[in-house]
Write a protein that binds this ligand. Sequence first.
Ligand SMILES: O=C(O)CCC(=O)C(=O)O
Ligand SMILES: [Fe+2]
Length: 273
Amino acid sequence: MLRRGLTEGWRGRKRWRLRELVEEVGDRLFLQGHDEEGAPALTTLRDFMRESPDRVGEAQIFDPAFEEDCPELLLDFDVPPDFAGRNDLFHLLGPQRPDFRWFLVGRAGQQTPWHVDPLGTSAWHALMEGEKRWRVLEPKDLHAWQERVFEAKEMSSRRLVDEAKQQGHGWIEILQRPGDVVVIPSSYPHEVTNLQDSVAITQNFVNESNLVYAYRFLKRACPDKAARFQELLQQHMPDLSTLIQERGFRDSSMVTAGGKRQERENSHLKEYT
Ligand SMILES: O=C(O)CCC(=O)C(=O)O
Ligand SMILES: [Fe+2]
């Protein structure tokens, strides 16, 4: 789950030093969670970094649309080949693709609650500066656990961990340093602590191994997108489209609360719109 060497040569390895980023893009706006009414809360990077870490609140900068204000940041990283093309199937959706990449800045001590990433996606996460401690639960019976996550819809962090512990899942700890990429497989519960102020880029993906699972989530959360995705898969990768046709249609009656509501409890984490 920890990969080294994938970020060598990225421009961001040099440019994404917080001090320099504040000089360059400190006055641009970034998403920092939501306010009490659920509306997006925006901050400048300069303001976010100016507060002392213990006063900045719970929410990190966690921005799925950073390229609107900061298109130049897109030049600073490359999607590692292991997570591109056939290993990033939602790219077929083009502009209709649910949110999939986030620019993150966290202050020392900020922490995510335990959570599972949305829509059955997996994630890669590249740290550019700082240090993070990851805790990752390893489901004992992955299939049963995935069904549980799918059915739960609203699963509080506490329940998530309690349940997993009761089932005897173990967890591992990963210390992530600059340049390291952490990969979290679909449905694995995890929590992350910033041991230092840190800056990172993360992207969520669907490949052959979580295709059926993610498709079921997409079908429940955004049936139109799921139908379009299936069409596109049929056109471009018919072999994979067969997988969905054979196994992805169960639970079609469960088209209810969308991903957004499902994630509300952890509204400073990843959400799909
Ligand atoms: O690094 C973080 O604070 C959160 C990482 C994570 O779990 C996520 O992006 O979903
Ligand atoms: Fe996550």
